[in-house]
Design a protein. Structure first.
Length: 210
């Protein structure tokens, strides 16, 4: 079944429901009832989800390059925190920027190849990049929970340091708001996918249940 699921992953979202149901029916006819039930539960992907998956599947070199760059950046961030090595962090940041640019071109290629509008570019790129970042550092990018920080001499906060702390709190608030926005957007995309599935089910003259 892995090959069959791979084939299903390449089916465009507009054709997904029909292809999924056909595969489930074939598996059930072959006596693979449990697998048929698993396939039947698969949800129709949104365009952004589908194109992001196409990038991961068919542009593996660019995705692997980003994965390597993010690992190097995570290591450089730890080195900067524990040893003050800013040069390595600067170099790693530059390499990450280059790999993100290359990945952006790969996204543009996949959008063109699959006939999708280019206004999806930034969302697809963000989805791929955030997925790879989660693989590399599992939500705490660049700073491990068990990282031993060097002791620093205590100093009275100056006016500038107080301003830095206020700026840090503001940045944290912005990050939290962006995270809530991302979750809301994902939930909306999932709801749109489920709505389209219902429409597909009752298209062709059937009357939806009241």
């Amino acid at each position: 079944m892995p090959d069959e699921l791979d084939d299903l992953a390449d089916v465009p979202p507009e054709e997904f429901i029909a292809a999924r149901d056909a595969l489930a029916k074939r598996l059930k006819a072959d006596g693979e009832t449990a697998r048929a039930a698993e396939v039947k539960k698969l949800r129709r992907p949104t365009v952004v989800q589908w194109v992001a998956d196409q990038v991961r599947r068919h542009r593996a070199d660019e995705v692997d390059a980003l994965r390597t760059a993010l690992r190097e950046m995570a290591e450089a961030q730890e080195a900067a925190i524990t040893g003050g090595d800013r040069d390595a962090l600067r170099d790693a940041t530059s390499r990450r920027r280059d790999t993100v640019n290359a990945l952006g071109r790969a996204v543009e290629h996949e959008l063109a190849r699959t006939g999708r509008p280019d206004h999806h570019r930034d969302e697809v790129l963000s989805a791929v990049e955030s997925g790879v970042a989660d693989e590399v550092a599992a939500g705490t990018f660049g700073v491990r929970d068990d990282l031993e920080l060097p002791e620093r001499p205590k100093r009275e906060p100056t006016r500038d340091r107080m301003a830095e702390r206020r700026a840090a709190r503001a940045t944290a608030a912005i990050d939290a708001a962006e995270s809530r926005f991302t979750r809301a957007r994902d939930e909306l995309q999932q709801a749109e996918s489920e709505l389209e599935e219902v429409r597909e089910r009752y298209r062709g003259g059937s009357t939806p249940p009241s």
